[in-house]
Write a protein that binds this ligand. Structure first.
Ligand code: B1M
Length: 225
């Protein structure tokens, strides 16, 4: 499967940007039926479409309503794609450890966080999803309660990414920082920011997040053995 896939991916991306739900969902279905891997549909078409929707919002061509419609379309498509993504996961069946995940306080963006959560589950992690707008205290309580190997935080707003630092400081205050590995991600974050706030890892997207969490869980195995 090569360049012949590009036209349908392009139609999916465009239909999402144009908020044409019918064309969008039928192009997603068509791509699935013709054997296009679900991850290509999600990452090469739908995620790119969402970025464009964001750009149109930024320049004032789209408003909140359009972002809500696009998010709703994305979620509808995900309900079809999720079972296929799960099957495509390289290592389903392997138990890799526990992850607590959430979107930080003040931030309600959940599509990327949920994608990371579901791909981690498919890769064999047990995932406790705290949802969105999660205060630092609740992240820390969840670490105390669930004793995860990894704490994963998502932020989509430049105004909320600083809340990741709050969580890490609170973990330190409670003496929990060395008991858990921390990974962060989300559009405004960078590897430099991750380093600055004291996270152990940063991932650009959900695929990379799975790779990094596997590495982190291995590093914990070494630390505890
Ligand atoms: Co909002 N929004 N939004 N929004 N929104 C952005 C993020 C924005 C970039 C749009 C823009 O202006 N270009 C902008 C932020 C600007 C900034 O701070 N730099 C923005 C804004 C301003 C806002 C509001 C403030 C608008 C307003 O009210 N005036 C408001 C804030 C609400 C709040 O949170 N308090 C708001 C609201 C919303 C909606 C509710 C309408 C809706 C979200 C619906 C939902 O999530 N249920 C929404 C949407 C849809 C977007 C855009 C268009 C798309 C986000 C998305 O779902 N992408 C977005 C534009 C953009 O991102 N370029 C935008 C698809 C998803 C698969 O990708 O979430 O990036 P993403 O996740 C990726 C990676 O980032 C990464 O992997 C994921 C999958 O590959 N990743 C991780 C994410 N978390 C990770 C964690 C990890 C590792 C990787 O490890 C733990």
């Amino acid at each position: 499967m090569g360049n012949d896939v590009e036209p349908v991916l392009d139609r999916i991306r465009r239909a999402l940007v144009e908020l044409d739900e019918e064309a969008f969902l039928s192009a997603v279905e068509e791509a699935l039926q013709s054997g296009v891997p679900a991850r290509r549909i999600v990452f090469e078409a739908m995620s790119k479409g969402m970025e464009e929707v964001g750009k149109l919002f930024e320049v004032g061509e789209y408003f909140l309503a359009e972002m809500i419609i696009a998010a709703d379309m994305f979620k509808k498509a995900m309900s079809k794609l999720q079972p296929v993504l799960d099957k495509e996961a390289p290592s389903s069946g392997t138990v890799r450890g526990k992850v607590v995940i959430g979107t930080v306080e003040g931030d309600v963006h959940d599509i990327g966080k949920s994608l990371v959560a579901s791909m981690l589950r498919a890769a064999g992690f047990e995932v406790v999803d705290l949802g969105v707008d999660v205060p630092a205290e609740r992240f820390v309580e969840a670490v105390e309660k669930h004793r995860p190997h990894i704490l994963a935080m998502s932020a989509l707003l430049t105004t909320t990414m600083k809340n990741m630092e709050k969580v890490i400081s609170l973990l330190e205050k409670r003496g929990l920082r060395d008991k858990v590995r921390v990974i962060i991600g989300g559009a405004p974050t960078t590897p430099e920011f991750a380093e600055k706030v004291g996270a152990d890892a940063w991932a650009r997207n959900a695929i990379e997040a799975v790779k990094k969490c596997i590495e982190l869980s291995k590093s914990l195995d070494h630390a505890t053995s």
